[in-house]
Design a protein around this ligand. Sequence first.
Ligand SMILES: Nc1ncnc2c1ncn2[C@@H]1O[C@H](COP(=O)(O)OS(=O)(=O)O)[C@@H](OP(=O)(O)O)[C@H]1O
Ligand SMILES: Nc1ncnc2c1ncn2[C@@H]1O[C@H](COP(=O)(O)OP(=O)(O)O)[C@@H](O)[C@H]1O
Length: 394
Amino acid sequence: MIQHCPSPTELDDLELLVSGAYAPLTRFNEPGSVVTLALPDDVVEAELVDPEGLPLARVSTDGALEPLTHAQYGPFRRLHLTPTQVREHHAGATFVPVADALTDADLADLRGLGRVVLLALTGTGTGSLSPVALLRASLAAAALLDDAAVVAVPLPAHGDADADHALGTRVVATYAGPDPVHALADADEPGELPEAIAAIVEEDRPAPEEQGLVLFFTGLSGSGKSTLARALMDLLLEQGGRTVTSLDGDVVRRHLSAGLTFSRADRETNIRRIGWVAAEIARHGGVAVCSPIAPFAETREQVREMVESAGGAFFLVHVATPLEECERRDRKGLYAKARAGEIPDFTGISSPYEEPEDPAVRVDTTGRSIEDALQDVLVALDRAGFLHLTGADA
Ligand SMILES: Nc1ncnc2c1ncn2[C@@H]1O[C@H](COP(=O)(O)OS(=O)(=O)O)[C@@H](OP(=O)(O)O)[C@H]1O
Ligand SMILES: Nc1ncnc2c1ncn2[C@@H]1O[C@H](COP(=O)(O)OP(=O)(O)O)[C@@H](O)[C@H]1O
């Protein structure tokens, strides 16, 4: 039986299916259900493992799940209770679904309800706070109430608002059993937060100037990616205040991706490796400047997702210098070799380049100085609020 690591949303769904929180639903891929699992082609049975390889459950041909092990690690794992455990510990309380940090007004609303259980909806894509910050904020809120407990419910979003609302309502009702559910009022304006909660939110949502940032230059060989990336890094280092890491295409291929070819599969692997490292840099608030060709839109999107789920911002720069100009420059003599058939799968000649449809900025360097072309990038970064750099000729 093959091992398969589900996506973060599928892992959340798996936990809720196995815990009984999705009852009466007990398996993936029931007709009409948004709780789905995509297995690799032709696979109908698999052992589902977490990202570290711990076997969580077996899924059989008919879609039935056989639980194997419960996840034991991860921050606040102790707050992940099944509905049965919640009934044992918290019967008689009022149940309150919580998707965001509680405001002063929310807390005032909850006082007087007696014992409350805050069901923190920590699933992938559900709230704007990270799961750990939502739990920290909910625990801080509980400490400000007379008698409150927090339970983590990893209810993910499935991209269908109506279905997700219906599913969420059912899950909350399953946890509450016969006890009352209290919905917090939808505020039009963001409300005032108690000091302890505001500090948690601030730490989780840094200002754009402090947020981890991945500057991703994509374009044909010879378009000017490395040149612009290097010039930008120099300005950043001159200004100081941020840690900066370069992930240049050629350099990565000499180290992290040594041995990979230019086949589609190897290029995707190369870009995902760059994305993985860049996301870790962003997670710690650093700036990663990447400059690979990255010819495939789907792989670039995967990098964006990796970076954003690590709390970073992804800023895509399309260095849109046309093929004719790149070939005219032919700084490394590679285009001549590719035309002569000496280099197979050469981007722009015998291998595709998918132009980004929605880059943060597009720069054609033809007939322009490096400083001038860089200025377009600096202006876009400034407008987005991520970096405020002044070019050498500004
Ligand atoms: N077949 C083929 N196609 C494209 N490029 C080739 C090829 N063979 C070698 N080179 C050299 O490798 C550099 C591109 O590597 P990347 O890692 O950026 O490419 S990719 O993102 O994995 O597609 C690229 O560097 P840059 O010129 O800096 O883009 C080339 O120097
Ligand atoms: N406005 C410009 N911006 C960037 N590079 C330019 C510009 N004008 C000319 N060039 C030249 O184009 C070449 C681009 O090479 P490089 O930066 O290595 O591209 P890539 O990393 O995309 O392969 C360099 O020789 C650079 O000096």
